[in-house]
Design a protein around this ligand. Structure first.
Ligand code: NDP
Length: 276
C-alpha cells in the first residue's frame, strides 16, 4: 500500500504517476497559484494538476521553474478545454498550454470533458500529441463507461488515466472496476468533496480513532482504493495536512463503512448532462 508522498502508480504505458498530487482549480494565476504550488512542492508533492480552463498555467509553470526541482522529478498534468474540442483546436490548444506553462512537455494531457460529438475526434488528436513525445501519457476526464467504450472500440491508444469526481459520497465502483479491467488508472477530483467532507459525522468518527482529520480519512479511502488523489488548498497548513496520509491505514470494516456512504453525492457536473 501507498507509504510515501512520492510512491507512484505505474500507468499502462509504464510511466510513473504519484498517488498523491496537488489540485489547482479556482486558484488565481499569479502570486496565489505560485505560492500554493510552491508550498505544495516544499511539502513534498511532486504532481501538479492544472488545466487550460483554470487560467493559471503560467503561474503553475513559474512556480515549478522557480522551485529548482528538476523538471523530470515533477509530474505535470494539463487538459484540453471543451471549446477547443468544439472548434477542432486540440492540437493548437496543446501548443498554447505548453507555451503558457513554459515547458517542453507535459507528463499527462487530458480531455477535460466528453463533449458530445467531439470527444472522439479529440482523442485522435491526443494520439497525435502522444506520438510527438510531448505528452508522456494521454488520458481523459469525466468519461463514463459508454464514453470509454467508444474510445476503446475505435482508437488504438487506451487512455492511461480517467480523472473523475470520486469521494466517499460518490463511490463510483462500476467505473472503478471497468477502468481497472482495462488498465485505465482512475484519478479522483474533489477527493474532499470540495471541502464538505470535513465536518461529516461518519468521517469524523473514523478520524478520531486514528487521531486524523476527516480530510485525511477521505484521502486515505481514495488511496486505498488504488485511486490517485489531487486535493486542492491555498493554505500551507492544509496542504501539509492533506499530505499526512501515509502513516495510517483504514481497516476493511472502515473502508466498507465509507463505501456505503453514497453513490450519488455528486458535487460537480454530471458527465452525461453538462452544458459548457
Ligand atoms: P477538493 O475536494 O480538493 O476540495 C478543495 C476545497 O477544500 C477547497 O475549498 C479548500 O479550501 C478545502 N480544503 C482543502 N484541504 C482542506 C482541509 N485539509 N481541511 C479543510 N478544508 C480543506 O476540491 P477540488 O474541486 O479543488 O478538486 C481537487 C482538484 O481536482 C482541483 O483543484 C482540480 O485540480 C481537479 N478537478 C478536476 C476537475 C475535472 O473536471 N477534471 C473538476 C474539479 C476539480 P482552501 O483552498 O481555502 O484550503
Amino acid at each position: 500500500m501507498v507509504k510515501s508522498i512520492t510512491d507512484s502508480a505505474i500507468l499502462n504505458n509504464g510511466i510513473k504517476m504519484p498517488w498523491l498530487g496537488f489540485g489547482t482549480f479556482k486558484i488565481d494565476d499569479g502570486s496565489e497559484v505560485e505560492e500554493a504550488v510552491r508550498a505544495a512542492l516544499k511539502t513534498g508533492y511532486r504532481s501538479i494538476d492544472t488545466a487550460a480552463a483554470y487560467n493559471n498555467e503560467r503561474g503553475v509553470g513559474t512556480a515549478i521553474r522557480d522551485s529548482g526541482i528538476p523538471r523530470e522529478d515533477i509530474f505535470l498534468t494539463t487538459k484540453v478545454w471543451n471549446s477547443d474540442q468544439r472548434n477542432e483546436r486540440s492540437l493548437a490548444a496543446f501548443e498554447e498550454s505548453l507555451d503558457r506553462l513554459g515547458v517542453e512537455y507535459v507528463d499527462l494531457y487530458l480531455v477535460h470533458w466528453p463533449v458530445k460529438g467531439f470527444y472522439q475526434d479529440t482523442w485522435g488528436a491526443m494520439e497525435e500529441i502522444y506520438h510527438s513525445g510531448r505528452a508522456k501519457a494521454i488520458g481523459v476526464s469525466n468519461f463514463m463507461i459508454p464514453h470509454l467504450e467508444t474510445i476503446l472500440g475505435d482508437y488504438q491508444i487506451v487512455p492511461a488515466v480517467n480523472q473523475v469526481e470520486f469521494h466517499p459520497y460518490l463511490y463510483q465502483k462500476d467505473l472503478l472496476d471497468y477502468c481497472r479491467e482495462h488498465e485505465i488508472q482512475l484519478e479522483a477530483w474533489s477527493p474532499l468533496m470540495k471541502g464538505r467532507i470535513i465536518d461529516d459525522p461518519a468521517l469524523l468518527s473514523i478520524a478520531e480513532k486514528h487521531h486524523k482529520t476527516p480530510a485525511q480519512v477521505s484521502l486515505r479511502w481514495v488511496l486505498q482504493h488504488q485511486v490517485i488523489a489531487i486535493p486542492k488548498s491555498v493554505h500551507p497548513d492544509r496542504i501539509a495536512e492533506n499530505a499526512g496520509v501515509f502513516d495510517f491505514s483504514l481497516s476493511e470494516e472502515e473502508m466498507a463503512t465509507l463505501d456505503d456512504l453514497g453513490a450519488d453525492g455528486r458535487v460537480g457536473p454530471d458527465p452525461f448532462n453538462f452544458d459548457f
